[in-house]
Design a binder for this molecule. Structure first.
Ligand code: SF4
Ligand code: SF4
Length: 1001
């Protein structure tokens, strides 16, 4: 019967010894893995959900198809497949033998490793071994002859001329791994060969490689006796080598064979396009500053790295000499994790600084190229962002980046422009773009910063608007209601600011009139609104404008009348393509408008980042280094004779317009947005977009010929005479006692007051006396924010004291107080009674003054504005009630906490008024004197621990009202007024001319 003897000529002692060695190998293997599990158990929980079943299925598909290994490198993928399947089949074969020899035969007397099964087994294992050997031979040739740059561990970007000791160890490890695998297979075939020479079994041909080896041995004159001797010795060599290899798996790069099962099964398919939230627990440090602050999954991923270098090759930062290689980052983290976590007494070096340089973290473009190509599913950029979060929290960032974040916090855009100017680009259009806060539309266009403020991109926005108009698309924008979407703010690591931007934009969208979907020209906004905003609130489905325009063209709503016949190349934006899988629409458009698309070598998922992502557009470029956009320009120019480099991202437009000049390709091609090509192809200029008057004409119309609506009498309900004004002195409310801590320095009370959101549509109550409460918001308004900042600055300068925020408002106002506390206020007090819902400003002032009586502050600050129907009266009234000196429209305070303070006011016309006031005093603060800070994630978390005293306001009473409202009426809105550019004289001249012309003077 066809079979073979397993322990041929092995005596009892040798037999026992073999089993001792085998059990030792298994023990070393298990200890190695236990050590890794201990390491993983020291990590945090994964911040994003893991889907074990779906992940397991996907992992099996990845592993058995070898698809992640074959991408963009088929030969290596095939070689790896041979190694994988060879190893797997030999492992299964060994297991089958073990099952029969150690279980079924001794326990049940059942044998099956014989006859036809044995012959098939022999054939399969022989071919598996041969395949494995071919695979290993290819890898050896590639590593030692071909030597691709991605397998070179020398860090040129770090100025390393020589390999560091770890890198030498990695090279030795790679070599030992390949040689060991090869030797195990070769000694296995030798064992077969000598057995065939020794035994001459008639079925030897079923092991074709072993049979061939036997033929060779015969040919060189090996007889049966010598074959038996070699067989005896080689059995031990082969067996012990295989056992040592197994024992060593958890201790060297071979561990990826196991770790990859976990890394692929737990891979987050949304990684990077949806970043994990920062930890909510105030006790938990923001971001990652130590290796055990990564999740267990991150640490498992580190062990899965095979050092293949694909991420290193794909990374635009590495390619342009920035101090970052995603491969080296992962390997450094792995070494550090080993040293720190697998050893009881740790390693002692700081993660950020000693192990990973801050400049390495700041070099990342969040383009996702590394993650996308990594065959084992490592999520490099999310690990980078988590470390950035900690740097941001410590305030360790480039000054230019810090300024930009502050600018965004202050103005809502990275340009530092006024919010009112956000929609200014629409002024050049022949038609009015709907303000979706006032008029419903089918589609909300979220424009984004660059498309709104950057002059070159404004022309693209105008073209897109005209194309939408030409296709009769019903759309509107948020105008000054929009703020930067926050995608890159989040990738920089500034989670606190990101949350505030999301909150604002979501509130604006929620308060807008009806719309069904969102479109954006900005892939960064597209990414975060599509993938991240839904974690905070429900948002309408969003599409990129390329999808919308592709549909309009295919439906014939935009008709190509002049096919362009141009030769162009297309840049896939990272946030549109790699992160969100939109590759086809821009290509479909190019085809439909008659362009010949010549692809750059790095296209679609292998696209090369322009260098703007991850907040890099807000950081200075390293001097003397090629920029990623310049690198891309060379790639495009190498295509030869292209007419245009086509983009579909405003940041790409900015980066490539610049790089085309700095890289010397200014005369080779132009950079054009896809919309600009479409405009030419549909002959947009010839399409009548409506006869809307120019902005100048609209002003003139508003001045000279008010609309019928404007001429109509306002819808006013006259109030019945109310109660008479109380003539007696208005006093501070008597509020319940509460615990006020002793002073340890100056105490500054900051009054934060509700503000009417009157810009967003409101109505006057039926009695004509008030605006219903739902149109008021308890939001930190910009004037109170400036007052808070001034108070915080004073306390910081003095080095002692506290800032106490006080408001009159219902429970919902606590969200606003938490924001104030997050910015740095030490305590807060909230006064409320339902009767105060209709309180006038003086009543509010009485309530606030009641708190002041309890707190005995040394200074009271308030914004110049307050709800009180924009009368701005609360601050002044409080000063009168408390008998304090008062100054309004203050822009700055100099005070050391002593008896006197110096106050600067700015009066109309820019006149500064500087004067002394005794303390305590009450100041109402104007905006512009300081830059209010924004709350970082840590501050937001800390604010949850700060106290808010809640006082019953029922004793405030409304009977001491300081004013009687007779009526409120809303002046007519024409919706036609526009801002004229120029200085006062120019504007006056323009208006006078228009009015004269309209009158026919
Ligand atoms: S995300 Fe892009 S820039 Fe950052 S490490 Fe990966 S490939 Fe490099
Ligand atoms: S991180 Fe992934 S792509 Fe980079 S070297 Fe390791 S296994 Fe290869």
């Amino acid at each position: 019967m066809e079979t073979r003897e397993l322990f041929w000529d092995v005596g009892p002692l040798a037999y026992t010894l073999f089993y001792v060695v085998a059990w030792c190998a298994i023990a070393v293997f298990l200890i190695g893995f236990a050590r890794h599990f201990v390491k993983y158990s020291r990590g945090r929980r994964t911040p994003t959900p893991v889907h074990p079943l779906a992940g397991f299925r996907r992992m099996l598909a990845d592993i058995f198809s070898q698809r992640t290994v074959s991408r963009r490198d088929r030969p290596t993928g095939h070689a790896h497949g041979l190694i994988f399947y060879g190893f797997l089949l030999l492992f299964i074969a060994t297991s089958i033998i073990t099952i029969e020899y150690d279980i079924t035969e001794p326990v049940f007397g059942v044998t099956f490793w014989r006859g036809s099964f044995y012959l098939a087994f022999s054939l399969v294992t022989d071919l598996a071994g041969l395949g494995l050997l071919f695979g290993v031979a290819f890898m050896m040739w590639r590593r030692w002859r071909q030597r691709p740059a991605k397998l070179d561990y020398r860090r040129d970007y770090a100025g390393e001329a020589e390999l560091r000791p770890e890198a030498r160890a990695w090279m030795a490890e790679d070599a030992v791994f390949l040689v060991a695998l090869a030797l195990i297979v070769v000694t296995g075939f030798l064992q077969e060969g000598v057995r065939f020479v020794h035994e001459r079994p008639p079925w030897a041909a079923w092991s074709p490689v072993g049979w061939l080896v036997a033929e060779v041995l015969d040919a060189v004159g090996m007889d049966e006796v010598r074959a038996a001797g070699v067989r005896r010795a080689n059995w031990w060599i082969h067996g012990v080598m295989a056992l040592v290899f197994i024992a060593a798996i958890p201790w060297n790069k071979a561990k990826h064979m196991i770790a990859v099962l976990g890394s692929l099964a737990t891979r987050d398919l949304d990684a990077l396009r949806r970043l994990p939230p920062a930890a909510d627990d105030p006790e938990v440090e923001i971001g990652v500053a130590a290796i055990n602050q990564f999740s267990w999954k991150d640490m498992l991923n580190l062990d899965a790295c095979t050092k293949c270098g694909r991420c290193h090759e794909a990374c635009p930062a590495t390619a342009t000499g920035a101090p970052l290689s995603p491969r080296d980052l992962i390997l450094d983290l792995r070494v550090h994790a080993e040293h720190t976590l697998a050893r009881p007494r740790g390693h002692g070096s700081a993660l950020i600084g000693d192990v990973i340089a801050p400049e390495t973290l700041w070099a990342c473009l969040s383009c996702g190229a590394c993650m996308e190509i990594c065959p084992v599913g490592i999520e490099h950029p999310t690990m980078i962002v988590q470390m950035r979060r900690n740097l941001v929290e410590q305030g360790e960032m480039d000054q230019q980046l810090r300024d930009t974040l502050e600018t965004i916090a202050r103005s809502g855009n990275s340009f530092g422009e006024s919010a009112r100017a956000r929609g200014a680009w629409t002024g050049a259009l022949e038609f009015r773009v709907k303000d979706i806060r006032e008029e419903p539309a089918e589609m909300l266009w979220f424009v984004g910063d660059y498309a709104s403020y950057d002059p070159r991109n404004q022309t693209v926005s105008q073209t897109v608007a005209r194309l939408f108009r030409a296709a009769d698309l019903d759309f509107g924008i948020l105008y000054d209601g929009e703020r930067t979407a926050g995608n890159d703010v989040r990738r920089v690591g500034e989670e606190g600011l990101y949350l505030s931007l999301v909150e604002h934009n979501v509130a604006q969208m929620g308060a807008a009139r009806r719309f069904e979907r969102i479109v954006t020209t900005d892939p960064h906004s597209y990414n975060t609104i599509r993938n991240e905003y839904p974690e905070f609130a429900e948002v309408a489905p969003i599409g990129h404008y390329t999808s919308v325009l592709a549909t309009l063209l295919s439906e014939g709503r935009l008709q190509v009348v002049k096919p362009l016949g141009r030769r162009v190349t297309l840049h896939d934006p990272c946030h549109l393509g790699r992160l969100n899988g939109n590759y086809d629409e821009p290509r479909r458009i190019l085809e439909s408008i008659g362009c010949e698309l010549v692809e750059m070598p790095r296209n679609r998922d292998n696209s090369f980042c322009c260098g703007a992502g991850g907040g890099r557009i807000w950081m200075p470029d390293p001097p003397g280094k090629e920029k990623p956009a310049e690198n891309r320009m060379h790639e495009a120019a190498a295509l030869g004779q292209i007419d245009a480099f086509v983009v579909c991202c405003p940041k790409d437009m900015t980066m490539f317009e610049d790089a085309r000049k700095t890289s010397g390709h200014e005369d080779d091609f132009i950079v054009q947005d896809l919309a600009e090509l479409i405009a030419e192809a549909v002959d947009l200029k010839s399409i009548d977009l409506g006869e809307a008057p120019s902005s100048i004409e609209r002003v003139a119309d508003a001045v000279v010929a008010p609309s019928a609506e404007a001429q109509a009498p306002p819808a006013v309900v006259r109030a019945e005479p109310g109660p008479a004004v109380v003539a007696g002195p208005v006093t501070a409310a008597r509020l319940p006692r509460y615990e006020v801590p002793p002073k340890d320095g100056p105490r500054i009370l900051v009054a934060v007051k509700q503000v009417a959101n009157l810009d967003e549509g409101f109505r006057i109550a039926d009695d004509g006396l008030s605006i219903p409460a739902e149109y008021f918001e308890h939001e930190l308004n910009e004037w109170d924010d400036a007052a808070l900042e001034e108070a915080l600055l004073v306390v910081e300068r003095v080095g002692a004291g506290e800032v106490v925020a006080v408001t009159v408002g219902p429970e919902g106002a606590e969200d606003m107080l938490r924001k104030v506390l997050a910015k740095g206020a030490h305590r807060a007090v909230r006064v409320w009674d339902d009767a105060l819902a209709h309180a006038d400003p003086v009543t509010i002032a009485r309530a606030l003054a009641g708190v002041a009586r309890r707190e005995e502050p040394d200074l009271i600050l308030a914004g110049v504005q307050s709800s009180d129907l924009a009368q701005g009266a609360t601050g002044i009234a409080m000063a009168r009630i408390l008998g304090l000196p008062h100054a309004a429209v203050v822009r700055g305070v100099e005070w050391d906490g002593g008896a006197g303070l110096t106050v600067t006011r700015e009066l109309e016309g820019g006149i500064h008024h500087r004067f002394e006031l005794p303390a305590p005093a009450l100041l109402t603060i104007q905006t512009g004197g300081n830059r209010p800070r924004y709350a970082t994630m840590r501050m937001i978390k800390q604010a949850r621990q700060k106290p808010i005293a809640v006082l019953d306001g029922s004793a405030v009473g409304l009977e001491q009202a300081g004013a009687l409202v007779r009526r409120i009426y809303q002046p007519p809105r024409t919706g036609r007024a526009r801002m004229l550019e120029g200085d006062a004289a120019e504007v006056a001249k323009a208006i006078a001319g228009i009015v004269r012309e309209k009158r026919g003077d």
